[in-house]
Write a protein that binds this ligand. Structure first.
Ligand code: FRU
Length: 509
């Protein structure tokens, strides 16, 4: 059925109907990758926040399951508890005691949002409280039991007691050096990440904080803290603190930044480098937010999923009966680029398995001024993948256009030293005044060339430039049947090397 919906993503998860935002509870367990998500089961806009649920064995093909944590309402229909963003772990050592022999518990920590003042399990909560609660499942995430002592973190630590309405988005993980659980959360308006430790997932001790730093133009949300090898060297490791920011993102509205440094089991300390306090953006497009990584991925890979939308116009995008997709998972790494340790991202390796017929393949070709259609051997309709090395040469701008007349332009701007996505002529843009825009990501050429990998889905384009240190994710809503790929150059001659275009197979079989 998904094949017939003009903007329904064919490469990544979207629910069949209704509103979705952040990915939650990303964890691998027993052959399944779980994707929980912020979900309104009753409408196509935000509200009645519940945890939706889908599973996949390969991170490409998803099965939507019944709600994991449905919103709670009283007899008069008023909301008494909403389930905001959070994370999940598998308690293999049964530290919590929730497990049974041969059945480790999957334990989720979620932000309980209590609209009214009330008493929860004997604990008084004020109206508008955001507190952290846990729930566990013994049947692979299908059914959940809420812990009888919730909330386990009823309020922020004393110095931030006033922030009880903006204390959310707990991300838990196992910290092997000290055999304990660690959690990162935020006091959103203070632009602070808070770190906690626990032996049993129930009792948590506040151990440190980070921030404000970098970009602070909006609330800090959905933190994640991950360790990665630098340049693939397992002996050289760094920690990355990922923070979502809304508004204040690089393309307007929601955005994501990251910090590189160290974590000593208690707190995160950022490395100082020449860039000073300048924000480092995880994605320079407008539509990548609330991204967090999977726990327990086999082989230790670090896989990130983000919400492909923006709070600026998220409830207005022209899709129905569903709204919002999650991104295709991305594999993360750290790479030294021009002397700076940078986060690099690539689509998960499994995505290459979606490649269908080649529509074009050429070793090299010159792009003269103007546009030249690429002679494709089949229909260029999404989903597509394009790979190339773009050599801007003497052109001030050069790159590729998807579509004719109505098109999305992806190029390199020599004056700005940046790769960009221009969606001003991409199709439906009028639903919000800031949607029609051009988004840029600074990137350095290698020997005059820029490696580009572009995933074109129904409803979005994602551009991975260089080693993946510059990424742009943008929604686009082209007219039905939009087809054709052309190369363009402005004010000079450019060149493309190793241009490959594939038609991709849909994940909805
Ligand atoms: C981020 C966010 C989170 C919150 C959730 C509520 O998009 O605002 O901070 O937990 O959405 O749906």
């Amino acid at each position: 059925p998904a094949r017939g919906e003009p903007f329904r993503p064919q490469l990544s998860f979207s629910p069949q109907r209704n509103w979705m935002n952040d990915p939650n509870g990303l964890v691998y367990h027993d052959g399944e990758y779980h994707l929980f998500y912020q979900y309104n089961p009753n409408r196509n806009t935000w509200g009645d926040m519940s945890w939706g649920h889908a599973v996949s064995s390969d991170l490409l093909h998803w099965t939507e399951l019944p709600l994991a944590l449905p919103v709670e309402k009283n007899a008069s229909g008023e909301i008494t508890q909403m389930f905001f963003s959070g994370s999940a772990v598998v308690d293999h050592a049964n530290t919590s005691g929730f497990g049974q022999p041969g059945k480790p518990a999957m334990v989720a920590m979620v932000t309980s949002m209590y609209p009214q003042a009330r008493t929860v399990n004997g604990k008084p909560v004020r109206a508008g409280t955001q507190a952290q609660s846990i729930a566990y499942s013994l049947d692979r995430g299908r059914t959940w039991t809420q812990y009888a002592g919730n909330p386990v973190l009823p309020e922020p630590p004393t110095p931030y007691a006033a922030e009880y309405r903006d204390f959310r988005d707990p991300k838990m993980f196992w910290y092997e050096p000290e055999h304990k659980w660690v959690l990162a959360t935020v006091v959103a308006k203070q632009h602070k990440a808070l770190f906690y430790s626990s032996r049993d997932l129930v009792h948590w001790e506040w151990t440190g904080e980070f921030g404000p730093a970098g970009a602070t133009g909006g609330v800090w949300e959905c933190p994640d803290l991950i360790e990665l090898p630098v340049d693939g060297d397992p002996a050289k490791r760094k920690w990355v603190l990922v923070i979502s920011l809304n508004p204040g993102g690089p393309a307007g509205g929601s955005g994501m930044q990251y910090f590189v440094g160290d974590f000593d089991g208690k707190t995160f300390k950022r490395d100082r480098d020449a860039a000073g306090d300048a924000p480092r953006w995880l994605d320079y497009g407008a539509d990548f937010y609330a991204g967090v990584t999977y726990n327990d991925v086999p082989g230790g890979r670090r896989l990130l999923v983000g919400w492909m939308n923006n709070w600026l116009y998220g409830e207005k995008v022209p899709t129905a009966p569903w709204r919002s997709a999650q991104s295709l998972p991305r594999e993360l790494g750290l790479r030294t680029v021009n002397g700076q340790v940078k986060l690099v991202q690539q689509p998960i390796a499994q995505a290459q398995g979606l490649r269908g017929p080649s529509l074009y393949s050429a070793a090299g070709q010159t792009i003269t001024r103007g546009t030249q259609a690429v002679p494709l051997t089949g229909t260029a309709s999404a989903p597509l993948e394009l790979k190339m090395v773009l050599q801007p040469g003497t052109a001030t701008r050069a790159g590729i256009r998807l579509g004719q007349g109505t098109y999305t332009e992806i190029g390199y701007d020599a004056k700005q030293g940046a790769v960009y996505v221009d969606r001003t002529k991409s199709g439906e843009t009028a639903f919000h005044p800031q949607f029609a825009a051009r988004h840029t990501a600074p990137v350095a050429l290698r020997d005059g060339g820029l490696p580009l990998r572009i995933l074109v889905d129904r409803g979005s384009v994602t551009v991975f430039a260089g080693d993946g240190e510059a990424v742009l994710t943008d929604q686009v809503f082209p007219p039905a049947g939009a087809a054709g790929v052309s190369l363009f150059g402005v004010d000079g001659d450019a060149h493309v090397r190793d241009l490959d275009i594939w038609s991709l197979n849909s994940i909805w079989k």
